[in-house]
Design a protein around this ligand. Sequence first.
Ligand SMILES: Cc1ncc(COP(=O)(O)O)c(C=O)c1O
Length: 441
Amino acid sequence: MQYPQIKTTLPGPRVQELIDVDRQFVSPSYTRIYPLVAESAQGLWIHDPDGNIFLDFTSGIAVCGTGHCHPEVVAAIKKQADRLLHMSGTDFYYTPQILLAQKLASLGPGPGAYKVYFGNSGAEAVEAAFKLARWHTRRELNLAFFGAFHGRTMGALSLTASKAIQKKHYNPLVPGITHIPYGYCYRCPYHLCYPDCEIACVHWLEETLFRTTVPPEEVAAIFVEPIQGEGGYIVPPPEFHRELYKTAQKYGILYVVDEVQSGMGRTGKMFAIEHFEARPEIIALAKGIASGLPLGAMVARADIMDWEAGSHASTFGGNPISCQAALTTIHLLEKELMANATVRGEQLMSGLRELQQSFECIGDVRGLGLMIGVELVKDRETKERAGDWRDQVIQQAFRKGLLLLGCGQNTLRICPALTVTSQEVDVFLSIFEESLRELFK
Ligand SMILES: Cc1ncc(COP(=O)(O)O)c(C=O)c1O
C-alpha cells in the first residue's frame, strides 16, 4: 500500500527558499494554511521539490476530479496544443468549443434544450448567470443564501455571504440582493428539527419575506448551491430544493444552481442538483470541469438565453485546450469515475461515522459521494464550534503527509479526486484518526 513519505522537516530547504521568494512577490491576499509547494503530481499523490510525497485529499480545491495529470487528459491537451491554442470563441468558431457546448447542453436536466456560455472561472460563470437573469427577466432583485460562496468578482461577490473579510472595504457592491438562511439542519437557523420543521426555512420566503420586504414579481433569480461548499459542505434536507424550486416557479423566478464545487460528478451524479427534485433554468460550472485547466461554463435553458450579440463575452472563455480537456474529463466521468465517487463516498462516510463513535469532537458527518464535511465541536450538546481543533487537525495531517482543507468555521472538507482507490481511503482514514488522537494527547 502506498503511504505518504515525509523525508525532511516541513517545510524542507528548497520549499522554504521558494516560499521566501513568494512572500516577496506574490499577492498577500491568498490564504495558504501550510507550506506545500507542489512540484509534480499523479493521481492523488503530490511530490514537493524536497522529495516529500503527500496524499492529496483536496484535489486542488475540488478541481482535479480525474486526479492530477490523468494520462488521457494530458494526452488530449498535448494533441490540442499542437493544433490550435487560441482563436477567441467570441469572434470565431472552433471545433472543441462547439463540441463541448453540445455535450454540456445534452447534460441539462430539461425540460427543453440548453445553450452554453463560456468563461474562465467559477466567478465568471456566476457573473454570466447574474447578467443573463437580469437580461431575460428585466427584474432587478435577487436572492442568495447566508454561507454561500459564488466568487470574488463584484457581481459574484455581491451574491456571496461566506466570510466578512471577503467583502471588507469593497462596498458598495451590486444592490438588490437579499440573503436568506440555508437548509442547515445541524444548526437550524430557526431552531427546528427535521422532518417536523416541514422545511420552514423555505416556507419563510412566502410567509415573511415576500409579504414584507421583497416583492416576488421583482425577483429575477434565486442563486443556490445544491450543497453549500465554502460555507461548510452542508447538505440540505431532501425536500429543500424541491420546495424552493416550486416557490421560484410560482413567481417566475429563475432557479440558478451554482455547481462550481458540487458538479462534474463529485457527488456521484454529474450535477448535485440531480439528487433533488428541481430542474434549474441555469447551471454555473467550473472547477472540476476541465481537470485543472481554467474553464467556466454557464448552461442555461435555450429559451432563457435570449440575449443579443455583443451583450456578454470573454476573449479567453472556452479556450480550445480547456474545452478539449473538459471533453476528455466528461468522458472519464461518465465511463467510470462518477460510479467510483459513489462507492468510495460510501466507504469514506462509513469510516468517518465509525470514527465519530470514538471521537466526541466529531459533531456531524455529512455528504454525498466525494463531497463530505466533518464538523468538529467542543461539546456535542452545545455544538460549540471547534474551529481551532479543526485547524490543528489539518496541521497534524499535513505533517504526516495528508493534505486537507477546511470550510465553514469548523468543518473539514473531504474532496479527493474521483479516482481515489479503496487503499487510499484507508490511508486517509488511518492518518486522520492518528491526527485526531494527537489532538487529545
Ligand atoms: C460554489 C462556488 N461558486 C463559485 C466559486 C468561484 O470559483 P472561482 O474561484 O473559479 O472563481 C467557487 C470557488 O470556490 C465555489 O465554490
